[in-house]
Design a protein around this ligand. Structure first.
Ligand code: PRT
Ligand code: ZN
Length: 292
């Protein structure tokens, strides 16, 4: 193993090829990092920062970060929790969202944790599953499988399963019913607990600030409209803007242009109210990044 922090580049672990790969690379590119073709190599240099990506299987990411082989990693909370990895969780990232759920054949009508007592449960997450039942004092037999967990009941090698679910389609297609959600997951940015150089710590803070701006921007929209000047007080009340909206006079008599940033979640309500207040030509634009 290398001596800690011997590389000058900040090394970031990213899943090589899977559900998180593209979204993680998009996020990194979205916050201003440029890379060579990441599909061609396991170690990819960043072209404009002292950063390199190590592309590996997601299961290996928590350990690489724990050991300090990588300084940061992007990985599902499910994997970090399964491994009980000794790492710092810097933030959740709102993608790769899923849940680990207990599921069983529909006709068995299992409803609560106690209904699983004495059952054989197949899973790729034996740690989380075991701990769930142990803390409740329920005795189950956990069977570890590395994939295709959903067919275990049909093959009669298990009575139930504990597996990741996002849409629920896989469970349905296999005649299984989701009974209990035992762990909520999303992609997390994790950091090693090994000491890092000041330069790396500074770069990590910069990355975090940029991610914050990127996430805020994803949840906001830039809104522009024209309105009669005398409706501005009403419009200002409607707009839940971060800052006071920009109001500019138009060549047309008494008309103004209003620009503001609004949370995406309120966009449709706001738009309807603005129309009622006399706004016309309402345009909504995505925002790439926002610095407070
Ligand atoms: O090769 P490597 O080991 O790196 O990849 P992998 O095959 O282990 O993982 P991958 O790429 O499938 O998933 C990576 C991460 O994505 C997981 O660790 C989760 O954090 C996250 N994620 C989000 C999911 C899902 N959603 C998901 N739906 N991981 C797996 N699934 C599977 C699930 O296991 C089941 O087979 O999708 C199926 C269920 O999906 P629905 O939509 O039918 O419910
Ligand atoms: Zn994996």
């Amino acid at each position: 193993m290398r001596t800690l922090d011997s590389t000058t580049s900040l090394r970031i672990a990213v899943q090589k090829s899977g559900r998180l790969t593209e979204k993680t690379i998009n996020l990194l590119e979205g916050i201003g990092f440029k890379f060579d073709d990441y599909k061609r190599s396991l170690l990819v240099k960043c072209l404009n920062f002292d950063v390199e990506l190590l592309l590996i299987r997601d299961d290996d990411i928590p350990e690489y970060v724990e050991d300090g082989v990588c300084d940061l990693g992007f990985v599902g909370a499910n994997v970090v929790e399964e491994d009980q990895a000794e790492v710092t969780i810097l933030r959740g990232l709102n993608y790769g969202v899923c849940r680990l759920s207990l599921a069983a054949p529909k006709e068995d009508r299992l409803r609560k944790a106690e209904d699983f007592a004495g059952k054989r449960i197949a899973t790729s997450y034996p740690g989380i599953t075991r701990r769930y039942f142990e803390t409740r004092g329920i005795d189950v037999s956990v069977i570890t499988l590395s994939g295709s967990v959903e067919i275990a009941p049909r093959l009669e090698i298990a009575d139930a399963i504990s597996d990741l679910v996002s849409t629920g389609g896989t469970l349905k297609a296999n005649g299984l019913e989701e009974v209990l959600n035992i762990f909520d997951s999303e992609t997390q940015l994790i950091k090693t607990k090994k000491p890092l150089s000041e330069g790396k710590e500074e770069l990590i803070n910069r990355i975090l600030q940029r991610i914050e701006g990127y996430q805020k921007a994803a949840k906001s929209r830039y809104i522009m409209m024209n309105a009669p000047g005398d409706s501005v007080p009403v419009i200002k009340k409607i707009l839940p803007s971060l800052k006071s909206p920009t109001v500019m006079p138009l060549a047309d008599n008494g008309m103004v242009a209003v620009h503001a940033v609004v949370p995406l979640s309120t966009f449709w309500d706001v738009m309807e109210q603005l129309k009622e207040a006399g706004a016309t030509g309402i345009v909504m634009l995505p925002i790439e990044s926002m610095i407070a």
